[in-house]
Design a protein around this ligand. Structure first.
Ligand code: NAP
Ligand code: F7E
Length: 369
C-alpha cells in the first residue's frame, strides 16, 4: 500500500516532534520544514533524523517561494501547520514578526497548496489556540464561544483561524482548525510557565537554583499532555467533514496549584503567604537547609500588558465526533512526568551545568520571559 504523505511546519517544536513520531508509527512518509540556524542541533527530533521515512527541508513561513516550491516537491496529502512564534509574552516584544509568521504564514500555506493545484487532494490542519478566547466571554469555552483575542499573538492567530475558514468556504478545501488549550510535556519550551516551574523545582531540590520568580499565580489554565493532543490533530483530518474542534481536558488549575504540586514531587511542601506582588512560597517541609526559606517569589517582570486568566475548555464535541479521550493523562500525571523528567535532566547536566545555570540565572533575574 502507498504511504500517505504528511508535511509538518514547526516540526522542531514540542508538538511537531510528537506528531512526527505519531505519523511515522501510522506508516506515513513525514516531511518537515526547518529554518537555517547557527546551532545545527534539533534536540526534539534528533532521534528521528536519518530514519528512512523522515525528511527535512529548508523553508520559512515568511518566504512564500520556499513554501510553494516545497509543497510542489512533496505533494502532501495532509499538511499540519504548526509553525508559529508561539510565546505570548514574546508577541508583545516582536508583534510584527508574530503577525507575519502566525497570520500571513497561514495564508502562504493555503496559497502554496492552491498554486500547486492540490486544493482538492490536500487536507490542512491549522494550529489554532484557546488564546482566541482571550478576555473570556464565557466559561467553559466551546466551539461557539465568542473570540476576544488579548495579545498580539492571539490577534495574529485569529487571522489564521478566519483565513482557514474562508478558504474552506470559498474554495471547498478540507482545511480546519484545532482550537487547542495549553498542552505541555517534558519537551515544552523552557520559558513557558509549566516547564519553567518543573525545571526550577528540580534545580532547587538539587541545590542548583535558589528561587523561582513567577508572574500571575492566579492565572487559570486547562493543561493537557501534548502527546495526547497530537492524536487529535490527526483525528480532525480523518473526520468525514472539515470542522473546527476544541481540544481540552475540561479541568482547570491555577499557576499556584501547578507550582505547589511540582514542588511536592521533589519533596518540598510550600506555604504561600502574602498577596499579589508580595506573595511568596516558603518551604514548610522538605530538606532541613531549605525550611523557612522563600523559594518562590512574584516579580512584576513576568506580568503581561494584558493577560488571559481564565481558560477552561469544553471538549464535548471532540469526544462525541472524534472519539477522543480528554482524560487519558490527568493533571497530576502530567506534573509528575514533567518533574520526573526534569529531575533526571538536572541530575545529568554535569559538564553542561554551567550553561544551564546561566539560563536559570537569567530566568531568576527576569531577563528571559
Ligand atoms: P513551539 O514548541 O514553540 O514550536 C514552534 C515551531 O514553529 C518550531 O518548530 C519553530 O521552529 C517553528 N517556527 C517558528 N517560526 C517559524 C518560521 N518563520 N518558519 C518556519 N518555522 C517556524 O510550539 P508548540 O508548543 O509545539 O505549538 C505548536 C503550534 O500550536 C504553534 O502554532 C502554537 O502557536 C500552537 N498552539 C500551541 C499550544 C500549546 O499549548 N503548546 C496551544 C495552542 C496552540 P524553530 O525550532 O526553528 O524555532
Ligand atoms: O503562560 C502565567 C501567564 O506562557 C500561562 C502557548 O503555548 O498556550 C501557551 O500560551 C499563564 C499566563 O502559556 C509566568 O501570565 C505566570 O497567564 O505558559 P504560558 P500561555 O500564555 O497560556 C496557548 C494556548 C498558546 O497558544 C501559546 O502558543 O501563566 N504566568 N508566571 C507565567 N507565564 C510565563 N511564561 N512565565 C512566568 O513566569
Amino acid at each position: 500500500m502507498e504511504r500517505k504523505v504528511a508535511l509538518i511546519t514547526g516540526v522542531t517544536g514540542q508538538d511537531g516532534s510528537f506528531l512526527s513520531e505519531f505519523l511515522l508509527e501510522k506508516g506515513y512518509e513525514v516531511h518537515g520544514i526547518i529554518r537555517r540556524s547557527s546551532v545545527d542541533f534539533r534536540e526534539r527530533i534528533a532521534h528521528l533524523e536519518g530514519k528512512p521515512h523522515f525528511h527535512l527541508h529548508y523553508a520559512d513561513m515568511g518566504d512564500s517561494m520556499s513554501l510553494v516550491k516545497l509543497v510542489g516537491i512533496v505533494q502532501p496529502s495532509e499538511i499540519y501547520n504548526l509553525a508559529a512564534q508561539s510565546h505570548v509574552q514574546v508577541s508583545f516584544d516582536s508583534p510584527e514578526f508574530t503577525a507575519d509568521v502566525d497570520a500571513v504564514g497561514v495564508l502562504r500555506i493555503l496559497e502554496a497548496v492552491r498554486t500547486n493545484h492540490l486544493e482538492q487532494s490536500c487536507k490542512i490542519y491549522q494550529a489554532s489556540t484557546s488564546e482566541l478566547y482571550g478576555k473570556v466571554e464565557e466559561v467553559p469555552q466551546n466551539e461557539n464561544t465568542p473570540f476576544h483575542p488579548y495579545s498580539p499573538y492571539a490577534v495574529a492567530k485569529l487571522y489564521g483561524f478566519w483565513i482557514i475558514k474562508e478558504y474552506r468556504e470559498a474554495y471547498n478545501m478540507f482545511c480546519c482548525s484545532g482550537i487547542l488549550f495549553n498542552h505541555e510535556s517534558e519537551r515544552r519550551g523552557e520559558t513557558f510557565v509549566t516547564r519553567k516551574i518543573t525545571l526550577a523545582a528540580a534545580r532547587i531540590a538539587q541545590g542548583k537554583q535558589e528561587k523561582l520568580l513567577l508572574g500571575n499565580l492566579d492565572s487559570l489554565r486547562d493543561w493537557g499532555y501534548a502527546k495526547d493532543y497530537v492524536e487529535c490533530m490527526w483525528l480532525i483530518l480523518q473526520h468525514e467533514t472539515p470542522e473546527d474542534f476544541v481540544i481540552a481536558t475540561g479541568v482547570q488549575h491555577s499557576v499556584r496549584e501547578f507550582t505547589d504540586l511540582a514542588f511536592r514531587h521533589v519533596g518540598i511542601e510550600l506555604r504561600f503567604e502574602g498577596e499579589g506582588i508580595n506573595e511568596k512560597g516558603i518551604c514548610a517541609k522538605g530538606p532541613e537547609h531549605l525550611i523557612g526559606k522563600t523559594l518562590v517569589e512574584v516579580s512584576k517582570d513576568f506580568y503581561r500588558p494584558t493577560d488571559v486568566v481564565n481558560l477552561w475548555g469544553d471538549p464535548t464535541k471532540a469526544k462525541a465526533k472524534l472519539g477522543w479521550n480528554p482524560a487519558k493523562t490527568s493533571f497530576e500525571q502530567l506534573v509528575e512526568l514533567m518533574v520526573k523528567h526534569d529531575m533526571a535532566k538536572v541530575a545529568g547536566e554535569g559538564a553542561a551545568a554551567k550553561v544551564r545555570m546561566n539560563l536559570a540565572e537569567y530566568l531568576e533575574k527576569g531577563v528571559v520571559k
